[in-house]
Design a protein around this ligand. Structure first.
Ligand SMILES: Nc1nc2c(ncn2[C@@H]2O[C@H](COP(=O)(O)OP(=O)(O)OP(=O)(O)O)[C@@H](O)[C@H]2O)c(=O)[nH]1
Length: 304
């Protein structure tokens, strides 16, 4: 059986994520695929979960953002979905203020990262709101930019509220920020679903199998160590990494010890925590414009 696909639906508050999710679920129903949905909302009560029908497995993550305060809860819920429900596809609707890199980081726990394929980040923009974004705080403006910059597929929604000239201006602006993503203008998130399904025929964790080795966009990669490595050499490897590796986390065993370390690396800062038992030695990477093949070769050399 092939691994379940995960789609991340990102976009500012009220941009049309739930409207898109509804369309995706209608299409899944026709296709008869086993679907699961994870809905993250900042409030303690879910508002949108009634759009999910009873035959779709639903996990609600309430009272915080999966990219910061409730990461652990996400891992537990995802694990339970994968093991109990065995879905073919999982849609994760993030809160409007979620940062795509942080969400990827939360989803890619080292214990689960090799059990699914991240198909991509779909970012939905509220067209009117985007044009008026300069009235928002600098932090929120930056967040909107990041949601666009790290998307694989961008939907400029609420086109009915935009003039023709605003539509062209917006499309031009958005494509300038992220020329690598497909970009579509829609009303009520009405998109040809097949375009989203085919958005990432090169699964993010498996770029090593692709012809093009340098992924121009935000991408993820999982390396599984078969052996322990020398700590000094691993640190040399870290020092030589490009700045566009934003995150690494996972379990790594050094020659000296019996058990692995939980290793976390965030924007250049490594942290090691000794474990008391063995774990699968998966190391998850999140980066941009990275030649994962080259990273893989270097890691293999460390194990030699
Ligand atoms: N005029 C107009 N309204 C739209 C369009 N798409 C969605 N809406 C409306 O915008 C509101 C927000 O849409 P949702 O799909 O709930 O947006 P969301 O991103 O899930 O919102 P949050 O979960 O609050 O972040 C709803 O009232 C929708 O009916 C559109 O293309 N045009």
């Amino acid at each position: 059986m092939s691994k379940p696909e995960i789609y991340l639906l990102s976009g500012f508050l009220g941009s049309g994520k739930t409207t898109l999710l509804k369309r995706l679920l209608e299409d899944e129903k026709k296709k008869n695929r086993k679907v699961a949905v994870m809905m993250n909302e900042l409030g303690k009560v879910s508002i949108d979960s009634n759009i999910v029908e009873e035959d779709v497995a639903l996990k609600e993550l309430l009272g915080g953002c999966i990219c910061c305060s409730i990461q652990d809860k996400l891992e537990a819920q995802l694990q339970s979905l994968l093991w109990k429900e065995k879905p073919e596809v999982i849609y994760i609707e993030t809160t409007g203020v979620a940062h795509p890199v942080e969400v990827l980081d939360a989803v890619l726990s080292p214990n689960l990262a090799d059990q699914f394929i991240i198909k991509g980040v779909v970012t939905i923009i509220d067209g009117e709101r985007w044009l008026a974004r300069h009235s928002l705080s600098p932090q929120l403006q930056q967040l909107l930019l990041e949601q666009v910059k790290h998307a694989d597929f961008i939907i400029i929604n609420k086109a009915d509220m935009l003039t023709d000239s605003d539509q062209s201006k917006l499309t031009f602006e958005v494509q300038g920020i992220n020329p690598n993503a497909s970009c579509l203008l829609t009303t009520y998130s009405k998109v040809a679903i097949e375009e989203i399904r085919g958005l990432n025929s090169k699964p993010k964790q498996e770029v090593k199998k692709a012809n093009v080795t340098t992924d121009l966009r935000l991408s993820t990669y999982v390396y599984t160590f078969k052996k322990s490595v020398d700590m000094d050499k691993f640190e040399d490897f870290l020092r030589a990494l490009p700045d566009t590796i934003y995150r690494m986390k996972g379990y790594i065993k050094f020659r000296e010890g019996d058990y692995p370390y939980l290793f976390q690396y965030s924007y250049g800062m490594p942290i090691y925590m000794k474990e008391e038992m063995n774990y699968p030695l998966n190391l998850v990477f999140i980066g941009e414009k990275i030649d994962w093949k080259e990273v893989e070769e270097t890691l293999k050399e460390l194990e030699a």
